[in-house]
Write a protein that binds this ligand. Structure first.
Ligand code: BV8
Ligand code: ZN
Length: 249
């Protein structure tokens, strides 16, 4: 995208935001890339030779829970070394402008939106910073402290798992329902740093357009066009850490 094209697209996107009553954001791994958190597609869906769907799935957990904990401990250790980037901070600014008429739906499990100061965040795929007991189901906030390869529940000594939605698992009903309402009610949907291939998260994009008097305007922020681009009214192509602050100017 040339500077001239980007500037014209930014003006168009800013015009829609200016008149938007309600704003919803759908973020993916790309918003954390400039913080140093690897995206999924960049790794071709592989982690140390394992397909991510194999280690991030109930079958993978049943087959080899130690390997799954190694996968998540490695990501927890990576996230412990990184900081939110200007893209995360721009979304905090956006929330300050729209207040309770702003919802940030994230597919990311790194917790960087919350760390940056975003408040109304729906972590639809869970969080690296939480564990869930496979016996008593209790969910605990554990930050990013090292957890070892077989952490136990302090309440019942059951085996703990990451409180993360794996491939093949349903999303938490309450969080997912809130995300669908936010996408349905918004006037602008900002789709940032996602390849939009994972469902049902990606279905929020058509949801923002369908069965409503005035379809939402969809603004895509990404390095390249994606599955979301067909729904985008304007595409802002470049690093989100540079684009989002410009959008907030
Ligand atoms: C379910 C937690 C049923 C794990 C995650 C075939 C077709 C359609 C769907 C399916 C299918 N086969 C199977 C399915 C369903 C499956 C699915 O969608 N699979 C995909 C791979 C095809 N979905 C599921 O399994 C879901 N569950 O369907 O269950 C069910 C229903 C009811 C009841 C019971 C069961 C569960 C999906 C959730 C899986 N968990 N995360 C973990 O993180 O360890 S998803 C995981 O992948 C991430 O959380 C993330 O959401 C996703 C990766 O997507 P992105 O975030 O988009 O990241 P990606 O790398 O792909 O893209 C990065 C983008 O950023 C790129 O576009 C890049 O250009 C851009 N970028 C890079 N740098 C920058 C940038 N942009 C801007 N600036 C930059 N600097
Ligand atoms: Zn327990």
């Amino acid at each position: 995208m040339t500077d001239t094209e980007l500037s014209a697209a930014l003006d168009e996107a800013a015009d829609w935001l200016r008149i938007a009553e309600r704003v919803c954001v759908l973020s993916g791994a790309g918003v954390s890339a400039e913080s140093g958190v690897p995206t999924f597609r960049a790794s071709d869906g592989l982690w140390e030779g394992h397909r991510i769907e194999d280690v991030a799935s109930p079958d993978g957990w049943d087959r080899n829970p130690l390997l799954v904990w190694q996968f998540y401990n490695a990501r927890r250790a990576n996230v412990a070394t990184v900081k939110p980037n200007p893209g995360h901070h721009a979304l905090v600014e956006m929330e300050k402008r729209w207040g309770d008429r702003f919802t940030l739906v994230t597919q990311n499990v790194d917790g960087l939106h919350l760390e940056a100061g975003s408040v109304n965040v729906l972590e639809i795929h869970g969080s690296l910073r939480q564990t869930r007991c496979t016996a008593c189901e209790s969910v605990a906030n554990r930050g990013l402290e090292p957890l070892g390869d077989a952490p136990e529940c302090p309440q019942c000594h059951g085996r703990l798992r990451p409180h993360i939605v794996w491939f093949g698992e349903g999303l938490p009903d309450d969080v997912w329902s809130a995300a669908m309402v936010a996408a349905h009610e918004c006037n602008v949907l900002l789709v940032v740093g996602t390849s939009a291939v994972v469902h049902p998260a990606a279905s929020l994009i058509p949801i923002s357009k369908r069965h409503k008097a005035v379809p939402a305007k969809v603004i895509e922020v990404n390095l390249t066009p994606t599955e979301a681009s067909a729904y985008a009214d304007v595409g802002l192509y470049g690093p989100s850490g540079e684009i989002l602050p410009k959008l907030m100017q």
